[in-house]
Design a protein around this ligand. Structure first.
Ligand code: GUN
Length: 282
């Protein structure tokens, strides 16, 4: 039987409608949530991501400050910009679009962001809270994946979960969230031997490796929930995930599409974190 397709676009639209109400309630109190996004350089994919974030903010009633900096921006200039945004009481969220151009130190930049304004959840204190069971801002992509799993009605307690990919953006925080939910978690990566042996054991399979269609139906356990975080643009401009959708849907129990799966959820979570920060300010 073909998999149930998990519609992230619809789920995100629902969440964004709720968030727009929270935003309106804040506006009635004279508080406009504000997200500042810094984009350094001209990476085409990053430009698309930033454009999508801007549109979502505008629709929800969140003020969007777009800060475009040239590829040859010096570290000190970027650092100063972050510090200025930290000090600006009207800015609730700060996001530095990743990847930064070569020569800029991303870890240093992330460490400079005020953790309360770190709406991406990438600051060491937020990541540390996630790793140790504390309270902090959780990175939006894995948080969005968890929300899709919850909405599918799939329980995680005691399940075999396999995360393919170990990035700070996605794989690593995803593994921590699954662990918090009492799944038995395996993290696979580029050096993993016999990847398919691991993925075929997974009741819950989450993939974030930036490799178009790498996970095929033959690597999926029948009935599994498969969450595809990948966004890859092929030469013919078509956007596909890390999972081969057509073969995986014949085997999986639940599957997220690309586009229209995890991507819209990431943006909804970003809005949620920005609005929550504004609520704390109010
Ligand atoms: N680049 C790709 N995804 C993301 C994200 O969620 N946040 C940031 N800051 N950069 C990204």
């Amino acid at each position: 039987m073909a998999a149930v397709i998990l519609d992230g676009k619809a789920a995100a639209a629902e969440l964004r409608a709720e968030l727009a109400e929270r935003c309106a309630a804040l506006a009635a109190r004279g508080v406009i949530p504000c997200l500042a996004v810094i984009l350094v350089g001209e990476d085409p994919a990053s430009q698309i991501y930033v454009r999508n974030k801007k549109r979502a903010c505008e629709q929800a009633g969140v003020r969007f400050i777009e800060i475009l900096m040239p590829t040859d921006t010096e570290q000190a200039v970027l650092d100063q910009k972050i510090l200025a945004l930290n000090a600006d009481p009207e800015v609730d969220g700060i996001l530095v679009q990743s990847p930064l151009p070569e020569g800029l130190d991303e870890r240093r930049v992330l460490a400079l962001i005020d953790p309360k304004k770190d709406v991406d959840g990438f600051h060491v204190s937020n990541m540390g809270a996630l790793a140790t069971g504390g309270r902090g801002i959780v990175p939006g992509t894995p948080e969005g994946c968890m929300e899709l799993i919850r909405r599918a009605g799939v329980t995680l307690d005691g399940k075999e979960a396999v995360v393919v990919g170990r990035s700070n953006l996605a794989g690593k925080p995803m593994a921590l969230l699954l662990l918090q939910a009492n799944a038995t978690v395996t993290v696979c990566h580029s050096r993993t031997k016999n990847l398919a042996e691991h993925t075929r054991r997974a009741d819950v399979l989450v993939v974030a490796i930036r490799q178009p269609k790498m996970i095929t139906g033959g690597m999926v356990k029948p009935g599994a929930i498969v969450i595809d975080i990948g966004i890859n643009r092929l030469e013919n401009r078509k956007v596909v995930g890390d999972v081969d959708f057509d073969s995986a849907r014949e085997v999986a129990g639940y599957l997220t599409p690309v586009p229209g799966g995890v991507g819209p959820m990431t943006i909804a979570m970003l809005l949620k974190h920005t609005i929550a920060a504004a609520e704390a300010r109010a």
